[in-house]
Design a protein around this ligand. Structure first.
Ligand SMILES: [Zn+2]
Length: 320
């Protein structure tokens, strides 16, 4: 019952607003529509009292509207409706305020600082994981904003250059990709309905991919999106998502940087898992032989181990 009270208030306000808009209907007299001065027997359309000049004769026969009541009624109606929404929408206040307002506040509290170039800048942008499970709603949305920022850093770092992806830029891009993915993968388990905050970057990059006619821009966007779709768990909707472009895979596997090779091997493992799930839709990249070689002879122990895992997975499920 309490929950219906504000609705009753909204209805009452609506009736008042309707009444104020319609006016009190006395159309017989010629009057100034602004100050209601009687212009009976006056020539012309200009009011001698307030100086208002009507455009046409019929304006002088308009019913008197109650502009003040109309405006006040509207304001009270909107406020009552907001109060009702506040009561009805469950969860913390961060769910109840309009999202655009929350976004403005978050952008002020935790602004986006662009692509990090130095070690220090990268370390400073690591999201504060303790905030993710905080009891304080504001801390949780701040954490989402930080995740949003590292995703944007990666997307911007990939998209700020044009042309083919080069081996020189891979170490930096892979480091940002790992940071973005490690942070974003945790948002999937959020129980507070605040995950939308970090979905904005995905939508932005998807828009770039859809609107650009440059094949290299499309490839770069595809890389960002496919990786984010994989870690976000969205690949179940579109089965080819999650497999990063084969150009990037091959370049990563042959790279001199250990972290880049590790990234490549890991994404081959992802592609193998998706191949098993969806044999028809996923094109397994021609990189299996490269990973087998790495399992045998990569100079880095961590890469060898990860490559062996992927190879044994592929053999166990007969993925070629
Ligand atoms: Zn007047």
């Amino acid at each position: 019952m309490m929950i219906l009270l504000p609705l009753l208030g909204v209805w009452a306000c609506f009736m008042v607003v309707l009444w104020a808009k319609r006016g009190d209907g006395r159309r017989d007299l010629r009057r100034c529509p602004r100050c209601w001065y009687s212009m009976d027997g006056q020539a012309g359309l200009k009011c001698p009292e307030c100086g208002y000049a009507a455009r046409i004769e019929s304006e002088l026969f308009q019913p008197r509207s109650h502009r003040g009541v109309f405006r006040a009624g509207l304001v009270v109606m909107v406020m009552t409706a907001a109060a009702w929404m506040w009561m009805v929408i469950p969860g913390a206040w961060t769910n109840k305020v309009p999202r655009f307002a929350l976004r403005i506040a978050l952008n002020m509290a935790e602004p986006y600082r662009g692509v990090p170039r130095t070690r220090t800048e990268i370390d400073q942008s690591v999201p504060n994981r303790q905030w993710m499970t905080s009891e304080v709603a504001w801390s949780r949305v701040l954490w989402q904003q930080q995740v949003n920022n590292v995703m944007r850093q990666w997307a911007d770092a990939v998209m700020e250059k044009s042309g083919p992806i080069t081996a020189e830029e891979l170490p930096h891009l892979v480091e940002l990709a790992n940071l973005a993915n490690e942070s974003y993968v945790q948002t999937g388990g959020l129980a507070h309905g605040e995950g939308w905050i970090s979905d904005v970057v995905k939508m932005d990059v998807a828009r770039v991919r859809a609107n650009s006619s440059d094949p290299w821009v499309k490839l770069r966007a595809e890389w960002v999106l496919s990786d984010l779709q994989y870690v976000g768990g969205d690949y179940s909707h579109r089965m080819d998502w999650g497999v990063i472009p084969e150009e990037v895979l091959q370049m990563s596997l042959a790279h001199s940087d250990t972290n880049v090779r590790l990234y490549g091997v890991d994404r081959v493992g992802v592609a193998a898992r998706l191949k098993l799930m969806t044999p028809r839709k996923t094109q397994f990249p021609q990189v299996g032989d490269l990973v087998r070689q790495m399992a045998a002879s990569d100079p880095d122990l961590g890469v060898r181990r990860r490559a062996k895992d992927v190879v044994s997975y592929m053999e166990a499920f007969n993925i070629k």
